[in-house]
Design a binder for this molecule. Structure first.
Ligand SMILES: Nc1nc2c(ncn2[C@@H]2O[C@H](COP(=O)(O)OP(=O)(O)OP(=O)(O)O)[C@@H](O)[C@H]2O)c(=O)[nH]1
Length: 308
């Protein structure tokens, strides 16, 4: 005879009664296929958080294995898509009839994209940290996508100060001359004596979170990353030959940015995009002038939506 095992979650009652907003598991390690708009399916190694609420104050606990096994089924026999994420949330609630009516899931993973060089058209991989979050709350489905995009920012103040030093060096070098010979000038401009100062730039990261509009049926991961990089103009590069590096220097020089400038560029871009009904963004400039960072945070400003 098989031994009957005690089932604490079902057979015992809560010592202290109370409803709970979320109960479940965090840091579940799962390989997954991800299906996103405009990209072929690709494998990712995800860390997952899976929750349901506990609406019955007397029930001892939720059934964690049921959430885990539903997620495992998606990992082994399915793919993570807009449709399957919605289904998973439904199944979480179905598997907890009578004790739960809300569900939450969050997938964190690196999403790899092939990126072209600026001029040479070489290609290389870039890994973007992505989070996909789904939540069924009082019958309403909320889907959220967030991505971190690294880029370079060159300080406009430093650029202006460097230009002034270059002008001063010019005045000193050619003092008292009415005209300067073009060839002499060309040579001087190509020397460190001429370009006597350079502005500082820094590795920067834009963290962008969006709420997906109801009409979206595929995850717009690539669209969001492209929009951020297009607005900032100086994304970190993958494969780089000298011609690419020179173009990167030109782009930095033509897109000087304080963190406020970067935030406003993104704000402007995201406000124009129909697929996102709300956004929150945080721009981090990991300063090379300071040991601290320059940061700017903003939202779309939807009533009841994201708060800074
Ligand atoms: N609810 C709950 N379960 C926990 C926790 N920590 C570990 N577990 C374990 O998660 C395991 C799975 O629970 P259930 O899903 O109820 O497992 P089960 O009774 O075999 O599955 P069902 O027959 O589907 O109910 C149990 O062995 C629990 O002890 C916790 O903090 N809360």
């Amino acid at each position: 005879m098989p031994t009957v095992m005690p089932d604490v979650a079902n057979q015992t009652q809560a010592q202290t009664e109370g409803t709970l907003d979320w109960v479940g598991m965090s840091n579940i390690e799962v390989p997954l296929m991800v299906a996103a708009a405009g990209a072929s399916e690709r494998p990712v190694a995800a860390k997952v958080e899976a929750f349901v609420n506990l609406k019955d104050p007397k029930t001892k606990g939720i059934h964690m294995s049921r959430l885990y096994l539903l997620l495992d089924e998606l990992s082994t026999n399915g793919e993570l898509s807009h449709e399957s994420l919605k289904q998973l949330l439904n199944d979480f609630i179905e598997s907890h009839k009578d004790i739960s009516n809300q569900a939450f899931i969050k997938f964190d993973f690196d999403y790899h994209l092939r990126r072209k060089s600026l001029i040479s058209k070489k290609q290389g991989w870039k890994a973007y940290p992505v989070s996909l979050t789904g939540r069924y709350d009082a019958g309403t489905l909320n889907l959220e996508l967030s991505v971190d995009v690294p880029y370079s920012s060159t300080c406009p103040c430093s650029a202006a100060l460097a230009r002034q030093l270059i002008q001063d060096a010019f005045s000193e070098k050619f003092a008292g001359q009415e005209t300067v010979d073009a060839a002499t000038m060309h040579e001087w401009l190509g020397s460190t004596e001429g370009i006597v100062a350079t502005p500082h730039s820094q590795r920067s990261v834009a963290e962008v979170k969006v709420k997906l509009s109801e009409n979206v049926t595929d995850f717009p991961i690539v669209e969001l990353i492209d929009a951020v990089e297009d607005a900032l103009k100086t994304p970190v590069q993958a494969a780089v030959k000298r011609e690419d590096e020179q173009e990167f220097a030109r782009l930095n020089g033509q897109n000087l940015m304080f963190c406020e400038d970067a935030s406003r560029r993104l704000q402007h871009k995201l406000n124009q995009m129909q697929n996102f009904r709300d956004f929150w963004l945080r721009v981090n400039h990991y300063e090379s002038l300071h040991a601290h960072d320059a940061v700017s945070v903003t939202t779309k400003g939807v009533p009841g939506g994201y708060k800074a």
